[in-house]
Design a protein around this ligand. Structure first.
Ligand SMILES: [Zn+2]
Ligand SMILES: [Zn+2]
Length: 400
C-alpha cells in the first residue's frame, strides 16, 4: 500500500498530467515537390516561395533536381525567346522584393543574377506557426534512360543519385540513401517516389516491391506525367490498389501512402502553363508546424492528398473509417471506399455515398480500405481535361 507522501506525490503527478493538455492537432497544408531556377523551374526561388505562402500553404519543399538551394549560384539574364530569366523579370523581382534582394553582375558582357539560398529565404519567409520550408531535393536518377525520380525530404545535405542495376534497384537505393541519411544525421527524413508513369519509368511491380518508407505520388500536377495511365499502363489510382494488394498479401511489405504534389515548374504562364503551382497538395494533421512533427505525422499516415476537396476530420478505428468533408455550398461530394478483400477483386468499390460524414463499416475480410472524395466542381487549373476536385484518404490496413 502506498504511503501518504507517495499518494500525495501521485495525486500531484496526476493533476499535472490531466491539467497538461496536449497541444491540439490541426491540418497543415503543404507541397513537397516544387522547382525553381535552381534547376528547371522558371521562377526565382523567392517568387515560388511567395506564391505558396500567399496561397494558404504552411510548408514547402523546394525540391530541385539533384541540388539544394545553397552556395553561390548565378543564373544568366537573357532577353532571348524562351529565356527563364529576362531583364524584365529581374525588374519585377526588384520591385516586389526590394532592390537589396536582387543581386546582378556582368561577367564578360553577360548579365547574371544570384539565386537566393534557402537560408536567405528562411529569413524572409518563415514565420513560426504560419510558414516553413523543409529542405529537400528531387533525386533525379534513371536506368536505361527510364526516369526514376525520388524526393528526399528534410535532408541535412545533398544526396547524389545512387544508380543501380534495374529501375527497382535504382529506386530502392535512393530510398535507402534517404533513410540512412536520416539515421546518420539523427533526423526524420522521408522519401517519396514521383510520377511513376512519367516516361513509363516505374511499373506497379516495382512500387509493390519497395522496402523501407512507402510513399508515392498518386497525383502529380505536371502535364507530362500521365496520372491516368493509358491502354497499356495502369493509372496511379489503379497502381495504388495493385501495389497495396500485393504488398499486404503475397509480399508482406506494409502500407503504401499516396501524395498529391504540384511538381510546379511554370509560374509565368498561368493558368494554361505546363505545370503550375496549386494543382495538388497534402494536408497533414499535426500538433506543431516543424519539419520533424510534419514528417512523423506523415509516417503515421496522418495526412490526406487533395486537389481541392477539404476534409474536416478522418476517424479510423477497429470498426470503421469515417470521413467528414468540409462541404462548400452548392457543391456535392461523392465518397468512394475502395479496398481489396480476401478472394475479391483488386481495388473494389466497397461503398459509395453522398452522405457527409461518409462512413464504411469493416466487414472483416478487407486487407485495406482507402477512400476518395470526388467533388462536383471541376478543378480550376487541371493537369488534364475533365479533372474534378478530389481528396485521397490514406489506406487503413486491417489486422489479420
Ligand atoms: Zn521528376
Ligand atoms: Zn519534379
Amino acid at each position: 500500500m502506498p504511503t501518504a507522501p507517495t499518494c500525495l506525490r501521485l495525486a500531484a503527478l496526476l493533476a499535472i498530467v490531466s491539467g497538461c493538455a496536449e497541444p491540439s492537432a490541426r491540418w497543415w497544408k503543404g507541397n513537397t515537390h516544387t522547382h525553381t531556377l535552381w534547376s528547371d523551374g522558371d521562377a526565382a526561388p523567392e517568387l515560388a516561395a511567395a506564391w505558396y505562402r500567399d496561397n494558404g500553404y504552411h510548408f514547402l519543399v523546394l525540391s530541385d533536381h539533384n541540388i539544394l538551394s545553397r552556395g553561390e549560384k548565378w543564373f544568366p539574364v537573357l532577353d532571348a525567346p524562351g529565356s527563364r530569366l529576362t531583364s524584365e523579370r529581374v525588374g519585377e523581382l526588384a520591385a516586389r522584393f526590394g532592390t537589396e534582394r536582387v543581386e546582378v553582375r556582368d561577367v564578360e558582357g553577360k548579365r547574371e543574377m544570384r539565386l537566393r539560398t534557402l537560408d536567405e529565404l528562411r529569413e524572409d519567409f518563415e514565420q513560426p506557426g504560419a510558414f516553413i520550408f523543409i529542405q529537400g531535393e528531387e533525386i533525379t536518377d534513371s536506368f536505361n534512360r527510364l526516369p526514376v525520380h525520388v524526393n528526399g525530404l528534410n535532408l541535412a545535405d545533398l544526396i547524389r543519385p545512387q544508380g543501380g542495376e534495374s529501375v527497382l534497384d535504382v529506386m530502392q537505393r535512393n530510398i535507402d540513401a534517404v533513410i540512412a541519411h536520416g539515421h546518420a544525421h539523427d533526423r526524420t527524413t522521408l522519401a517519396h517516389v514521383n510520377h511513376p508513369n512519367f516516361g513509363w519509368g516505374v511499373s506497379v511491380e516495382d512500387i509493390a516491391r519497395l522496402r523501407g518508407e512507402q510513399f508515392f505520388e498518386v497525383y502529380n500536377g505536371h502535364r507530362s506525367v500521365r496520372n491516368d495511365g493509358d491502354a497499356d499502363h495502369p493509372g496511379t489510382e489503379e497502381m495504388w490498389d495493385i501495389a497495396l494488394a500485393t504488398r499486404l498479401t503475397a509480399l508482406d511489405l506494409g502500407v503504401l501512402y499516396g501524395l498529391a504534389t504540384d511538381d510546379s515548374h511554370n509560374y509565368h504562364q498561368v493558368p494554361d502553363g505546363q505545370s503550375n503551382p496549386g494543382r495538388g497538395w497534402i494536408m497533414v494533421r499535426a500538433e506543431t508546424l516543424d519539419a520533424e512533427t510534419i514528417l512523423k505525422a506523415m509516417l503515421r499516415g496522418d495526412f490526406y492528398a487533395s486537389t481541392g476537396v477539404a476534409l474536416r476530420r478522418i476517424e479510423r478505428n477497429d470498426r470503421r473509417l469515417r470521413i467528414y468533408t468540409d462541404a462548400e455550398p452548392g457543391v456535392t461530394y461523392t465518397t468512394r471506399f475502395i479496398g481489396t478483400r480476401a478472394g475479391g477483386p483488386v481495388g473494389e468499390v466497397l461503398h459509395e455515398t453522398i452522405a457527409n460524414p461518409a462512413a464504411y463499416r469493416f466487414r472483416g475480410d478487407e486487407f485495406y480500405v482507402r477512400a476518395v472524395v470526388v467533388s462536383s466542381r471541376p478543378h480550376p487549373n487541371p493537369f488534364a481535361v475533365g479533372e474534378r476536385e478530389m481528396a485521397w484518404v490514406q489506406p487503413v490496413v486491417r489486422a489479420r
